[in-house]
Design a protein around this ligand. Structure first.
Ligand code: S3P
Length: 427
């Protein structure tokens, strides 16, 4: 589906955004392993978390929709049953990597596969630590999926120093730690999103800037309810859209403001973005708030590198769009990880910025550009990547003329109602 965007329309109104994607996956998985019944409010009904739900059902977990909530009848840590087909993670790296951590601890064989995009993404990053723990997991020769997982005699706790900053890898190891003998410790040199440790109630400590998270093997998980806030990564698109369009005024209610996720908000504020967070409170162990945005003239002198990159990893496409409409310069370094997302996001960002007339220099681990006064409405390419599609939609909305986003239906991965919400705010 191509999406046509008529540009230069102010955004006005109050919205909520759908539930946090990272937390939705984790809530389903933790609920499935718990003893007792878990109720999830705010679960994100989008393609990715629904893949997790279907995989868990194939593993014998009973999941019931109850009005707007989901109830999961937990199986305990040893209660899954052998699936009678390949588990399909679709486009979802989180489903594949986190579930692998759980499946290596089972006493049955399983296979995990996915769509053409997911089958290209690196799995060595989880195969390595899970194998170190004694797990029996293999991929293709290129160490990509499909992944085949066999029962192992025993998993052992390990001390694992993260070679890259990745919440998915950290979570795969911590989930496997639940099934291991002894303690598993994960050491992060750069902090990635911390939902797994929060939602599992794990111990963690910080020394010399390094965070260690520990899990004790063999302990049952007691069921608890989860309230999932709005996804800050989804809110980011409307925050930038409102900043860029003159006369905009938008409130986004009940958004997660976990500090490991909102680096982009501080960056936009530094760029002169008129953004405030009201009504800050806690819901289900996570900080949330209502975000108020008014249109602002942005000035960018940003070089983003090092520790901030894992925090803004999903927001770099939309930050690049914000910067393209600002005055000044914008540079991203240390972000080679972006080449391994739903698509090669460095290349996708740079090619779409070029279409807009931005003179962008693509580098191995980032990109850099100086802003231009005139940007061109374009025919943008999503590369089948939801965040690229939404970022280009926001760019098109901020420009004079008509833009087209090719293959815009991929927003279903994290935000199925994105285009209708954008339209409702611009009417
Ligand atoms: C996620 C972690 C991040 C992020 C992805 C979701 C998670 O990936 O990009 O959208 O839920 O753990 P990495 O762990 O690969 O950085």
């Amino acid at each position: 589906m191509d999406k046509i965007i008529e540009g230069h329309k102010p955004l006005r109104g109050e919205i909520t955004v759908p539930g946090d994607k990272s937390m939705s996956h984790r809530a389903m998985m933790i609920g499935s392993l718990a003893r007792g019944e878990t109720r999830i409010e705010g679960f994100l009904e989008a393609a990715d978390p629904l893949r997790t739900l279907r995989c868990l059902e194939s593993l014998g977990v009973e999941i019931r929709r109850d009005g707007d909530a989901y109830n999961i009848i937990g199986k305990g840590i040893r209660g899954y049953r052998k699936p009678n087909h390949t588990l399909d993670a679709g486009n979802s790296g989180t489903t594949m990597r986190l579930l692998s951590g759980i499946l290596v601890g089972q006493n049955f064989e399983s296979e995990l596969s996915g769509d053409e995009y997911l089958l290209r993404r690196p799995m060595k990053r989880i195969i390595d630590p899970l194998t170190l723990m004694g797990g029996n997991i293999s991929g293709t020769e290129q160490l990509t999926a499909p992944l085949n997982i066999f029962p192992s005699t025993q998993l052992n706790g390990i001390k694992y120093e993260m070679p890259i900053a990745s919440a998915q890898v950290k979570s795969a190891v911590l989930f496997a730690g639940i099934f291991a003998e002894g303690e598993t410790h994960v050491i992060e040199h750069q902090q990635s999103r911390d939902h797994t440790e929060r939602m599992l109630g794990l111990k963690s400590s910080v020394e010399n800037g390094n965070k260690t998270i520990s899990v004790t093997g063999g302990r049952e998980i007691e069921a608890r309810d989860f309230i999932i806030p709005g996804d800050p990564s989804s809110a980011a698109f409307f925050i930038v859209a409102a900043l860029l369009n003159p006369h905009s005024d938008v409130v986004i209610k009940n958004v997660g403001i976990n500090p490991t996720r909102i680096g982009f908000l501080h960056i936009l504020q530094q760029m002169g973005g008129n953004i405030s967070i009201a009504n800050q409170r806690e819901a289900g162990g996570e900080p949330i708030g209502d975000i108020h945005v008014e249109s602002s003239a942005l000035i960018s002198h940003q070089t983003l590198s090092g520790d901030i990159i894992p925090n803004i990893i999903d927001e770099i496409p939309i930050l690049a769009v914000a910067a393209a409409f600002a005055h000044g310069t914008f540079e991203i370094k240390d972000a080679a990880e972006l080449r391994h997302k739903e698509c090669d996001r460095l290349s996708a960002i740079c090619s779409n910025l070029s279409l807009m007339g931005v003179d962008v220099e693509e580098r191995k681990d980032g990109f850099a550009f100086e802003t231009k006064n005139f940007l061109l409405s374009s025919r943008f390419q999503s590369f089948g990547d939801h965040r690229i599609a939404m970022a280009c939609g926001v760019a098109g909305n901020a420009m004079n003329g008509t833009s087209i986003i090719e293959d815009a239906g991929c927003v279903d991965i994290s935000y199925p109602s994105f285009w209708t919400t954008l339209q409702s705010l611009t009417n």
